[in-house]
Design a protein around this ligand. Structure first.
Ligand code: ADP
Length: 164
């Protein structure tokens, strides 16, 4: 049977930390589906379609990765796609409490699925999408934090947001 995993998140924008998890997780399954959450309560900088396109561009070279957006519960998205693995990344202890609860809720809702946690590579442990946006909004360099293609899009979007 094909081992399908989903990696859900906001990815607003995708960072090198996300990419690291994607590369490592793709080696653990036959197919990795990145799920861009549409109904996040946060106000995103990029639309779901923009985030899907960014992720497609930066994962182009990884053969078994697909990118889609989804609404609603992660477990429903997993079920619809025949996935029994849910991938999440762990940075610091601060992520743990929230992620533990989330994985327990998901287990209750979809007992056949397992959440697998990949610990961040050391060099990305400080990295989050919000840090990237904040640093870029002050005009500081985000080259080490996101792929070059994403960097250009973030800078452009922040400029547009400031003008409007
Ligand atoms: P969410 O809004 O679901 O937290 P994010 O896009 O912020 O979405 O993150 C998606 C997943 O990627 C989460 O599991 C998060 O812990 C993980 N993640 C985010 N940044 C990093 C990083 N620098 N290293 C490892 N995992 C990360």
């Amino acid at each position: 049977m094909k081992r399908i995993a989903i990696y859900p998140g906001s990815f607003d924008p995708p960072t090198n930390g996300h990419l690291d998890i994607i590369e490592r997780a793709s080696g653990l399954c036959d197919e990795l589906i990145i799920g861009v959450l549409k109904n996040s309560t946060k106000t995103p900088l990029f639309s779901p379609d923009e985030r899907v396109n960014m992720l497609k561009a930066v994962t182009r070279d990884i053969e078994n990765v697909r990118v889609m957006s989804f609404e609603g519960l992660t477990v429903d998205f997993a079920r619809q796609n025949g996935a029994k693995l849910i991938v999440r990344g762990l940075r610091a202890l601060t992520d743990f409490d929230y992620e533990l609860q989330l994985s327990q809720i998901n287990k209750k809702l979809y007992g056949e699925a397992e959440t697998i946690f990949l610990c961040t590579s050391l060099q990305y442990s400080y990295l989050s999408s919000s840090t990237v946006k904040e640093i870029a909004s002050y005009g500081a360099d985000i080259s080490d934090m996101v792929p070059h293609y994403i960097k250009e899009l973030v800078i452009k979007k922040i400029k547009e947001t400031k003008v409007s």
